[in-house]
Design a binder for this molecule. Sequence first.
Ligand code: HEC
Ligand code: HEC
Length: 458
Amino acid sequence: MKTTVVLSASLVTIAFSVADLTSLAGGQTSVAQTRRERFTPKRPAAPEGPARFFYIEGITTPVQALEKSSHEARAGFDNLSNGLAPQGPDFEKINEDNVNPLASFNDARFVFEDVETYADGLGPVYNAQSCRECHQNIVTGGASQVAEHRTGHTEGEMFFESMGGSLIQSRATAPDIVEHVVDTDETRTFRMSTNTLGNGYIECISDSTITAIRDAQPEEMRGLAPEVPVLEGDGSARVGRFGWKSQHGSLVSFAADAYVNEMGVTSPLFPDENTSSGTFVGYGSGYDPLPEPDDDGTDVEAFALFMRSTKVPPRGPITDDVRLGQKQFGAIGCAVCHVSPIVTAAAGTPINGGAFIVPDALGNKIVRPFSDFLLHDIGTGDGIPIQATPEFAETANKMRTAPLWGLRTRNRLMHDGLSFTKYDAIERHDGQAATVRDAFNALDDTQKAQVYAFLDSL
Ligand code: HEC
Ligand code: HEC
């Protein structure tokens, strides 16, 4: 927005990075270390109350245990608030001059859709001008076909990010600073833009619920619950759940990360501009007109408020085939990882290292994301860890179980978007999902068609 201004920076979402350790030369090392320190949690995850209800067919007690006081999360592709933020003034009448970023759903949506320019702090290196460019399908906040690339190289077990970070920015405000992948960075992947609708509910799932899901999974299919920093919290880590690697646990942290790494807009949580393949292009370099931070943190809070106030992706029509397909999906073991339903923490529970209290609108709600938010090795790992540090090395070849809600709105599947059909996506499941894939292949054609009907209803 006009009120924000400024600079830009380096990787994306996740990425906190060590990328900088490898990319910044000499004199910049201390900056890099400061960043690295910032992204190292000072203490382990703090308690977030007891584990809540979740269901895995054949493993947990069925739905009678679903607490009577829990209510379904609100669903809809309708640009309406889930009840957290008030709906606010007529969206069409909001403009740069009268927007009140944290006042309502419509105001926060305006900020999420706002197109940044050079004068606002876009770039110098960036991927797109607005959150909506990559998160809009069916409505603002959804997933999209936009893919980014992430690269680096691997020596032995250790991953090294590309100069300038594993996220390659594909646009810049000047032609000579566009980032290019070098021949030697042979660890390469695409990452598709994921859905953010309903993620406020996901943020309100307690760590204890996610680790209870992990502990309920049979050992050979058990997921990994990475603990990641919450930048706005008291220093406690949190179980990650957002992004293809579950690299963030909080929507404020993710939003600040995305703002600098996708759009080049710095904010208090991410005050350093990205480099262009290791070359400083921030304020003072001649490429960046604005001193950091470009945003005082208001935009970042507005992005988080918007996402927290969105409804979950709604289901399509539920036919008999859909019901039968869901039964097959559970019976053959897809639901061990693609978990549903899950109940969010009670209202009033402090989460995010004390920085957020679960609100009434999001607490004690039943969500059906069809994900455990854990990392698994199903043979599709892209070789790029959450951070290029030894403690995250085991995440290099694991991916988060893709939440299947909203699946019918996506036609490029898996993290790299290289699976064109549901069948292709299922056949790529190997490793921890190999036996389940084999069980799918053993179904007869009618049963397979039912599974597809179920997937098409999500
Ligand atoms: C250039 C495209 C692009 C832009 C612009 C962009 N994103 Fe994203 N977003 C992505 C991609 C790609 C991912 C998955 C990244 C990954 O996990 O490696 C993602 C993931 C996310 C997620 C995690 C959702 C989940 O559960 O997986 C959140 C939250 C998010 N973005 C918020 C934002 C916000 C807020 C903005 C604006 C400041 C923004 N994004 C701008 C491409 C984009
Ligand atoms: C061991 C855990 C596990 C099991 C079991 C499992 N999946 Fe997955 N699934 C994943 C992971 C992890 C991904 C993301 C992989 C990637 O992007 O590289 C995924 C991705 C998908 C996707 C792509 C979604 C998208 O938005 O791109 C579909 C569809 C899918 N799974 C369906 C199934 C079906 C159907 C079954 C049962 C036959 C199944 N899965 C069993 C872990 C699992």
